[in-house]
Design a protein around this ligand. Structure first.
Ligand code: SF4
Ligand code: SF4
Ligand code: FES
Length: 233
């Protein structure tokens, strides 16, 4: 089969024998037998570390989980600076976790959590920071400072935790370039290898923002009623 790899903007085609292998195994074979300069990132080889995310035919996948087909076009993630071939720099993307205050602030006396309460944010806790959702998000084309899907999902993971002591601070942190900048397009949902739905979490954060007195800035100057002018008889 043939595998096309977009390397620094140019297409390179490689022929490999089709076996029941993952894309990561195929890339490793190409690097070992055909072109030692081919660069890609990987770690665990078992969908845990999140380092091998890339795009196949325009859709984000984990290379260690995807089984390639002949003619596939392999590209690096979008919305992140390219380092080389399929390797990207995720430093700025990860820095949005800090902007979103995506960590736990615990009260001195930690309350116990029921199994039901623990289930509320169980899925969000499984994020492996692969960056697939970040790559799929169209907002970065217009706003490179958008906090983005995985950092907002992490924010919701803590906001929805009954033990969190700084819900107000976390909600305040995602008002600018955050929850209201998302278009709720849903592109981030099908690409997540962990079954997380950042769109839904952002929607929950919007509701929580409203409860705490924030509103969509697009409607901040809206008076709340329609002015039809003076009646004419
Ligand atoms: S739903 Fe929001 S965060 Fe997800 S891809 Fe669309 S704009 Fe980006
Ligand atoms: S939310 Fe899903 S797609 Fe986004 S970084 Fe986490 S694991 Fe990857
Ligand atoms: S190599 Fe770790 S997720 Fe693919």
């Amino acid at each position: 089969m043939t595998i096309n790899i977009i390397r620094n903007g140019k297409k390179a085609t490689f022929k490999v024998v089709q076996k029941d292998e993952t894309l990561l195994q195929v890339l490793t074979e190409i690097k070992t037998t055909q072109d030692a300069s081919l660069s890609f990132a990987s770690g665990c080889r078992s969908s845990v570390c999140g380092s091998c995310a890339m795009r196949v035919n325009g859709k984000e996948v984990l290379a260690c989980a995807y089984k390639p087909e002949s003619g596939d076009i392999i590209e690096p993630l979008k919305n992140v600076p390219l380092v080389r071939d399929l390797v990207v720099d995720v430093e700025k993307a990860l820095s949005f976790n800090k902007v979103a205050k995506a960590w736990a602030v615990s009260p001195e006396a930690l309350p116990s959590v029921s199994p039901e309460q623990a289930e509320v944010n169980e899925v969000q806790s499984d994020c492996i920071l692969c960056g697939a959702c970040y790559s799929a998000c169209p907002v970065y084309a217009v706003n490179p400072e958008f906090i983005g899907p995985f950092a907002l999902t992490r924010n919701w993971r803590y906001v929805s935790d009954v033990r969190e002591a700084d819900v107000a601070g976390k909600i305040d942190a995602v008002q600018t370039n955050g929850v209201w900048d998302c278009t709720l397009c849903g592109e981030c949902v099908p690409v997540c290898p962990q079954g997380i739905a950042p769109k839904s979490d952002i929607d929950m954060l919007r509701n929580k923002s409203n409860v705490l007195g924030y509103m969509d800035p697009k409607y901040a100057n809206f008076g709340g009623g329609l002015d039809f002018g003076a009646p004419s008889f």
